[in-house]
Design a protein around this ligand. Structure first.
Ligand code: FAD
Length: 395
C-alpha cells in the first residue's frame, strides 16, 4: 500500500454498492484512494427483474468484474462474515481480513421467511437469480401437470411476480394471498387498473387473512382454510443482515444502520450505510427500501466520501419518491406517480407507455454504472422539493 493511501471498502455489490464504488472511483481518480468491492457472487443480481427469471425468462448475465473494468476498483469475491469497527476491518469467508479507513455498508435485504412455519422449507423466494431459476424449473413442471401456485405477499414484488407467472403460464391456477389489499399504496384509479389486470390474467386474489403455515401442497390461512398449491413463492417482507448489529454498530429495531443526515453511522462515522440496509429518515418520514431511493443514497455517499477526502464538509441527504412502477407481465404495466412521501398523485400511466417506462426504469441502473465511469451522472430523480427542505435528523 502506498503511503497515505485511503482505503475504502464497499461491502455488497447490489444496486447501491456498485454505484457507490464506481462513482467514488470516478470522483477520486488520480488521488490516493483504493477502493475494494466485496460480493459473494461475480454475477450482478438484477433484483428488479428477478420475477422475470421466476416466470421462466433468461436474463443477461452481467459480470461484476466486467462492469468495473477500467475503474481501478478491486473486486473480491466472498461473503463478509464479520465486521470489527474497533480495528477498522471486515472478515471475508475465506478468512481474509480487509482493513479500511472508510467502510460503505451496502448489504441490502432478503425475503423474511422466518415468521411463518414452513415458509423457510416449503416456499421459494426471489433472493437471487439461482433460487429464482430453481422456482422457474419447478413452475414448468407444475404448469405441465395443471397444478396451482400461490404467491404470498401483496406488495409490489408479489404483484409483479403473480402477474408475470400468470402471463407466462396461462393454464396455471395462480393465487395471490395478501393480508392487505394489493396495490393499497396506489391511487384509486391505478388500483382499479391493477385489479382489472388480475382478472384478465386469471390471478385469484385472496385478501384479509394472513398465511399461518406453508405446507408442501397448500398454504394455510388464518382460520385454518387450506389453499391448494404445489408451489409457493414468498414475498411478504424483508430482513437485513445482522452483521452491523452483531458488531455493535447502532441499528434500528429491524437491524438497519442508524445514520446521520449525511448517511454516516451515528455510532461509527467512518461507516456509511446505503440502500435497504440503512435506516434513512427524511422530514416527511422514513425511507422504505427501494432501488429508487437506494441509488440516490449511493450517489450521495460517494460524493460525501469524495468531499471529506478534499477536506470539505458533508452535505445533508435529501430525497423524495417520484413513482411506483409496477410491471403486470411483459405486455402491461401501471405506473403510479407519487408525492415525495410516496403517497399517490392523481397522475398514473398504463399500457404500452407504462411498459416502456418500466423497462427504462429497470435498465437505468446498468446505464448509470456505465456512464458513471466517465461523468457524474445523477441517479436521483427528485430531492423532494419542499417536503425535504427541513432536516429530519441533525445536520
Ligand atoms: C422482484 C423485485 C422487484 C423489485 N422491483 C423494484 C422496483 O421496481 N423499483 C424499486 O425501486 N425497487 C424494486 N425492488 C427493490 C430493490 O431491488 C431493492 O430495494 C434494491 O435492490 C436495494 O439495493 P441494495 O444495494 O441495498 O441491495 P441489493 O441490491 O440487494 O444488494 C445487496 C448486495 O449485497 C450482497 N451481500 C449480502 N450479504 C453479503 C455479505 N455478507 N457479504 C458480501 N456481500 C453481501 C448481496 O449478494 C447483494 O449483491 C424490487 C425487489 C425485488 C425482489
Amino acid at each position: 500500500m502506498a503511503m497515505n493511501e485511503h482505503r475504502v471498502v464497499v461491502i455488497g455489490a447490489g444496486y447501491t454498492g456498485m454505484l457507490a464504488a464506481i462513482r467514488l472511483a470516478h470522483r477520486t481518480r488520480r488521488t490516493g484512494v483504493r477502493i475494494t468491492l466485496v460480493n459473494p457472487s461475480p454475477r450482478f443480481a438484477e433484483r428488479l427483474r428477478l420475477h422475470q427469471i421466476a416466470a421462466g425468462q433468461e436474463l443477461a448475465d452481467h459480470r461484476i468484474p466486467d462492469l468495473l473494468a477500467g475503474t481501478g476498483i478491486r473486486f473480491v469475491q466472498g461473503t463478509v462474515t464479520a465486521l470489527d469497527p474497533g480495528r477498522n476491518a471486515v472478515t471475508v469467508d475465506d478468512g481474509t481480513a480487509l482493513g479500511y479507513d472508510t467502510l460503505v455498508y451496502a448489504l441490502g435485504s432478503s425475503t423474511d421467511t422466518g415468521g411463518v412455519p414452513g415458509a423457510d422449507t416449503h416456499a421459494f423466494t426471489l433472493n437471487g437469480p439461482q433460487v429464482a431459476a430453481r422456482f422457474a424449473a419447478r413452475l414448468r413442471d407444475v404448469a405441465a401437470s395443471g397444478g396451482a401456485v400461490t404467491v404470498c405477499g401483496g406488495g409490489l414484488t408479489g404483484i409483479e411476480a403473480a402477474t408475470e407467472i400468470a402471463e407466462a403460464h396461462p393454464g396455471l391456477d395462480v393465487t395471490l394471498v395478501s393480508l392487505g389489499e394489493p396495490g393499497a399504496m396506489m391511487g384509486e384509479r391505478a388500483r382499479a387498473y391493477l385489479h382489472r389486470a388480475f382478472d384478465r390474467l386469471g390471478v385469484t386474489v385472496r385478501t384479509g387473512r394472513g398465511v399461518t403455515k406453508v405446507l408442501p401442497d397448500a398454504v394455510e390461512l388464518d382460520g385454518g382454510e387450506l389453499v391448494p398449491s404445489q408451489l409457493c413463492l414468498w414475498t411478504t417482507g424483508v430482513r437485513v443482515p445482522t452483521l452491523a448489529a452483531d458488531a455493535g454498530i447502532a441499528v434500528d429495531e429491524g437491524g438497519r444502520i442508524l445514520v446521520d443526515a449525511a448517511l454516516r453511522s451515528v455510532s461509527h462515522p467512518n461507516i456509511h450505510a446505503i440502500g435497504d440496509a440503512a435506516a434513512v429518515r427524511q422530514a416527511w418520514g422514513p425511507i422504505h427500501g427501494t432501488c429508487q431511493s437506494g441509488m440516490p443514497t449511493a450517489q450521495h455517499t460517494a460524493d460525501t466520501i469524495a468531499r471529506q477526502l478534499r477536506g470539505k464538509p458533508a452535505k445533508r441527504f435529501r430525497f423524495g419518491y417520484v413513482h411506483q412502477p409496477v410491471s403486470l407481465g411483459r405486455r402491461d404495466a401501471v405506473i403510479q406517480f407519487t408525492h415525495a412521501d410516496d403517497t399517490p398523485r392523481r397522475l398514473y400511466l398504463t399500457g404500452r407507455a407504462a411498459v416502456r417506462y418500466k423497462d427504462f426504469v429497470s435498465s437505468s441502473p446498468l446505464t448509470t454504472y456505465r456512464l458513471s465511469k466517465r461523468v457524474n451522472v445523477s441517479a436521483t430523480l427528485s430531492r423532494g422539493g419542499r417536503a425535504t427542505r427541513r432536516a429530519a435528523v441533525e445536520d
